[in-house]
Ligand binder design. Structure first.
Ligand code: UDP
Ligand code: MG
Length: 308
């Protein structure tokens, strides 16, 4: 197999037909030796019915259907595990990742680039969203060891080498932006103009974005823990200094009682510092909890890929 394209789908009935047609036209123009792996991530609409219909009439279509919604990371993982191509691309189901780029990506991949990454600009996005995203990526770059870049997502083509490296990381909490960046290899960036969804709605809301943002900072390093340590050290330093200055003033000026304000401040401030630190530790412990359970990333309900 030359090319595999993995497409995670969650409630995409309004757009999946169009995606299938555009994508297969594009691939057919490139080669005969391709497969499209659609992963139905527990959709509650007619997505699966449509996928089955495509598979019936087109042997290039493989589908995997989960027992419930496990999230895009799990859907991508499942598709990537079954991908048999020399080159494997990952694409969203809503045509925000233009299939026309695949030919160019393949050309670079064949030249020897292990990750050909498509980077979008932010044209047409809300200004506030753009600002928040930019700030976030700048912050994450500071805070963590892994390099994340704005506009770079899952849309990319991987060589067999890069794909095997990616699959060798078996962690339960998968933050693929970080994983892609962590494996390294020869990378090539190509830029494209941002697109809006062809139909349907985004699956993101404020809460899921926030969770994703925290994941980005925490999944790849223990720097936040070290930050707690420094914060604690700084707090101890300051309080020792304060204590000394108080002691000196008592020795030389005698005891003087006011201090209500400083006491309340200290209680609130250190209470906050402690809670934040415990929260950070808690996040890591929570991750360890899921990691040690070693549960599967997803459960497959049905698929036309039984034998692999
Ligand atoms: N997706 C998925 N499982 C989920 C949420 C999303 O497989 O739980 C898929 C979705 O069908 C789409 C891709 O992930 O193909 C990106 O989702 P979306 O378009 O909502 O994200 P956005 O483009 O707004 O970042
Ligand atoms: Mg989208």
């Amino acid at each position: 197999m030359l090319i595999s394209v993995v497409v995670p789908c969650y409630n995409e009935e309004t757009v999946i037909g169009l995606t299938y047609r555009v994508l297969s036209d594009e691939l057919r123009g490139m080669t005969d030796d391709y497969e499209m792996i659609f992963v139905n991530d527990g959709s509650k609409d007619g997505t699966l019915t449509q996928l089955k219909a495509f598979a019936e009439s087109d042997s290039h279509v493989k589908y995997i259907s989960f027992s419930r919604n496990f999230g895009k990371e799990s859907a991508m993982l499942a598709g990537l595990r079954y991908a048999s191509g020399d080159y494997t691309a990952i694409m969203d189901a809503d045509l925000q990742h233009p299939p026309e780029l695949l030919a160019e990506m393949l050309a670079y991949a064949q030249e020897g680039y292990d990750q050909v990454i498509a980077q979008r600009d932010r044209q047409g996005d809300k200004a506030i969203g753009t600002f928040l995203a930019r700030t976030y990526y700048r912050l994450v770059d500071r805070l963590t060891d892994v390099e994340l870049t704005d506009g770079i997502g899952d849309f990319r083509m991987l060589s067999r080498k890069a794909l095997d490296a990616l699959l060798s990381m078996n962690e339960y909490n998968r933050f693929s932006k970080g994983l892609f960046s962590w494996i390294g290899f020869k990378e090539k960036l190509i830029k494209y103009e941002n697109r809006q969804r062809a139909a349907g709605e985004t699956k993101w809301n404020f809460r899921s974005l926030l969770r994703y943002g925290v994941d980005g900072v925490l999944s790849f390093n223990d720097k936040p823990l070290r930050f707690c340590l420094y914060l604690g050290g700084a707090a101890i330093g300051v309080s020792v200094l304060y204590l000394l200055s108080l002691l000196l003033s008592i020795l030389f000026e005698g005891i003087d009682l006011p201090g209500y304000f400083t006491t309340i401040f200290a209680i609130c401030f250190f209470g906050g510092v402690q809670l934040v630190s415990i929260g950070i530790i808690g996040e890591y412990v929570g991750r360890i909890y899921y990691e040690v359970k070693r549960r599967p990333h997803y459960l497959i309900d049905e698929s036309n890929l039984r034998d692999q």
